[in-house]
Design a protein around this ligand. Structure first.
Ligand code: DGJ
Length: 737
């Protein structure tokens, strides 16, 4: 809901936005200056509310001659500009070709529309879902250069969150160059006990290492200059009231609906205010805006919760579900078996069909043919771009293979990496200039491949057609869309300052058209594991391959950090072989399986290399998963124990109607003579009685307890011994209300 509050003279005082329990309020000062008023729990301010308290102090600057009521440095702003008396980082920077800066943005007018904002094809929720949305548009103008910036705010219909973006228009007579165009900037008071910053960093197979640190003075910046959002994590940052837990404390968070270079920054200023910003990474970006043209920033999703990290995750999970394509938002994901770790590039049709038969035996519902099926690809050195099945491996072609797999009672899935080209490929030999490179320089190889320059329409058209013909031939039920290298030697100089963003605009266009035309196909996003797992991709990829690292001892922390933003249905999680292919570690089957119960289950196994006993147990785990699939994938997922804070990880799914829950516990560091574990299950009905049982701990006596007992005393159990990692799961069923 959006309301406008005026003072006794009819002048606008506040723009008030509410997204269920969360509120966002902007005040207008002197009819021209937008000042940030509040982001937190929703309320309606009084028309005669306080005037911003911001007189210049000491060395401060009064922005307007003769008015010492405010200095920009002390004013909480909505979209700060540089070169004035505000010495914190600006939200944007633009200039004329002669170097005259755009600045002094002043409020001019506003509109409220009944639609999502128009962001030139950047990711947004699918508008066809029919719910009512409103967008507040605030026009700001620089009187000298003619730049206008429209700030866009949409209360997110799933609650607790707001979309923010900025649209730049050149209303002047000279071209403008935009050098910085952040999606949001928030000036917040440093309340209560101070703030802690939660951010992730990482790399391939060690994605999303979570760090929590107190917010000290100065500026702390995170980001990616890799052209993709990166293995370090999504473009996101959380700010939590110091000491916040899973169920307590105020938390705000932001993430971008964007998949390329990004920054998120937080700056604690001298007057103890906090500037929180995020958007396109400005370093390799420069956009030329001719008179009459517009440019839209990616959308940011700003989320708020008063009930801790669990609360903010719930806000993000609801928003992520809303962002998914409608056909997959509420649809259970199939259990799949992926061929990658079973046979890598080394297979023929006979081997694939044996694997598919084995997959069926283990209870899988879909067989995925991963890398290696096209061109002459027998290793990762060739053939990307030559998207025709290799007749030696798949003599009848993809359609025939898919039919044979379907005849086994399985769905058919296929891997593809359409954005890449191998130097050793017919495509590259024909179009060597299609690879991304700086003018006059050779491209550099990453995983023996180049990236295709999607900013060129003919290259984008080739990719779209190539994918369409593969889909037409194989009619897959599932597609794994991979992307296996970061950008290099591209962007960063003014002549290529638009390239990476144009690449993404083209990619989003291709993905939008293809996924709309194939609503029944489940597209899973992958970039060497979780290298491009962000809210910008969710409208096309309702599921991601979170990491190539399936070693439960590490995977648990990847899933823990991922779950801050992503709901379990969006995370592919596979049971893989022991010893693990990435770490060499031996792990119990129970830990590998139950860890994978934290997302959408898959298998990365070769049944032929498994003992009969492991096959039987795996089949049992798959059936157990299926019996709880709706609960696991669409229940409220709660983190119970953090692998960052001790040797154990635990998580639970609580049914939306609180009638049941399912909890998983993993002991990642073995302990001799272990003490009993208490696993507290939040989110149940306080007074309802639940029955607690487990299939994983011999001698455990099922018992009954109320919801409040389970959330305070918890489930007390003696950890099972003899398997490393030890693991157990618990079913919690409501008996009475
Ligand atoms: C990287 C992915 O993360 C793997 O699962 C696999 O698909 C390989 N690419 C194939 O090249």
């Amino acid at each position: 809901m959006i309301t406008i509050i005026r003072d006794a003279r009819g002048e606008i005082r506040y723009f008030v936005l509410a997204s269920k329990e969360a509120g966002y309020i902007i005040s207008l000062h002197k009819g021209r200056i937008l000042s940030h008023y509040h982001f937190g729990a929703a309320f309606t301010p009084c028309a005669a509310g306080p005037v911003p308290l911001a007189p210049p102090q000491g060395f401060g600057v009064a922005e307007e001659r003769g008015d010492t009521s405010y200095s920009l440095h002390r004013l909480a702003q909505e979209y700060p500009w540089g070169l004035g008396g505000d010495f914190r980082s600006p939200a944007f920077a633009a200039e004329t070709p002669r170097g005259a800066p755009c600045m002094e943005l002043a409020y001019r007018r506003h509109r409220i529309t009944r639609s999502w904002p128009d962001l030139d094809g950047l990711p947004l929720p699918d508008p066809e879902s029919g719910e009512e949305v409103e967008t507040l548009e605030l026009d700001l103008e620089d009187p000298v250069t003619g730049l206008s910036v429209t700030l866009l705010y949409t209360p997110f219909p799933t609650g607790g969150a707001f979309l923010r973006a900025a649209r730049f228009s050149n209303g002047g007579t000279e071209p403008l160059i935009i050098r910085r165009a952040l999606s949001f900037s928030l000036d917040l008071p440093l309340r209560g006990p101070g703030l802690e910053v939660l951010a992730t960093e990482g790399g391939w197979a060690r994605e999303r290492v979570l760090e929590r640190r107190p917010l000290g003075r100065g500026r702390l910046e995170f980001g990616s200059r890799r052209g993709v959002s990166g293995h370090g994590g999504s473009p996101a940052l959380l700010l939590a009231e110091a000491g916040s837990g899973e169920d307590s404390g105020e938390v705000i968070g932001a993430t971008l609906l964007y998949s390329g270079d990004w920054i998120m920054a937080v700056e604690r200023a001298e007057d103890e205010t906090v500037r929180f910003q995020g958007g396109l990474h400005p370093e390799l970006f420069a956009w030329h805006l001719l008179p009459g043209e517009t440019f839209a920033s990616p959308a940011a999703l700003l989320a708020h919760s008063t009930v801790g990290l669990g609360g903010i995750s719930e806000v993000f999970h609801r928003a992520a579900r809303r962002l998914m394509p409608a056909s997959w938002r509420d649809r259970e994901r199939p259990v799949l078996l992926n061929s990658w770790e079973a046979c890598y590039f080394d297979y023929d049709e006979k081997r694939l069909l044996e694997l598919a038969r084995g997959a069926k035996e283990l209870g899988a519902e879909l067989f995925v043919l991963d890398d290696g099926w096209f061109g002459r690809r027998d290793n990762d050195c060739s053939s990307l771009g030559d998207w025709r099945a290799n007749p030696r491996k798949i003599p009848g072609g993809l359609g025939t293979l898919a039919d044979k797999v379907r005849a086994l009672g399985l769905g058919f899935g296929l891997w593809i990496e359409p954005e890449a080209v191998s130097p050793d490929s017919d495509l590259f030999r024909t179009h060597p200039d299609w690879a991304l490179a700086l003018p006059g320089r050779e491209p550099a190889e990453g995983r023996n491949q180049f990236i295709l320059d999607l900013s060129r329409p003919e290259v984008a058209a080739f990719i779209e057609n190539a994918v369409r013909s593969v889909l037409a031939e194989a009619k897959p039920d599932y597609v794994k869309w991979d992307m296996n290298r970061p950008f290099s030697r591209s962007g960063g100089v003014s002549m290529q300052g638009e390239l990476r963003h144009r690449y993404l605009l083209a990619l989003y266009g291709i993905l939008r058209r293809i996924t709309r035309d194939h609503p029944e196909t489940l597209f899973e996003g992958c970039a060497g594991g979780g290298g491009r797992m962000d809210f910008g991709m969710i409208p096309f990829f309702p599921q991601f391959w979170a990491s190539d690292n399936t070693d439960a001892a590490f995977r648990a922390s990847i899933q823990h950090a991922s779950s801050l933003l992503f709901p379990p249905a969006a995370l592919g999680a596979h049971i893989s072989a022991s010893p693990n292919h990435q770490t060499g570690r031996h792990a119990s089957l129970a830990s590998r399986a139950l860890c994978a119960f934290g997302g959408s289950l898959g298998l990365e196994l070769d049944p032929e290399r498994m003992s009969k006993e492991d096959q039987r147990k795996t089949r049992e785990f798959v059936e157990r998963y299926k019996a709880r699939r709706a609960l696991i994938q669409f229940g409220k997922q709660r983190r119970l124990l953090s692998p960052y804070e001790g040797g154990d990880a635990a998580f639970a799914s609580v049914a939306q109607d609180r009638s049941r829950a399912f909890a998983v516990w993993l002991r990642l560091r073995a302990l001799p003579n272990p003490a009993p574990v208490a696993l507290r299950i939040p989110g149940l009905e306080d007074r309802a009685v639940y029955r607690v049982s487990t299939q994983d701990i011999g001698g455990f006596q099922p018992f009954e307890a109320t919801g409040s007992e389970l959330s305070s005393r918890g489930i007390l159990f003696a950890p099972p011994l003899g398997e490393d990692p030890a693991a157990a799961s618990f079913d919690i069923e409501r008996l009475s209300a």
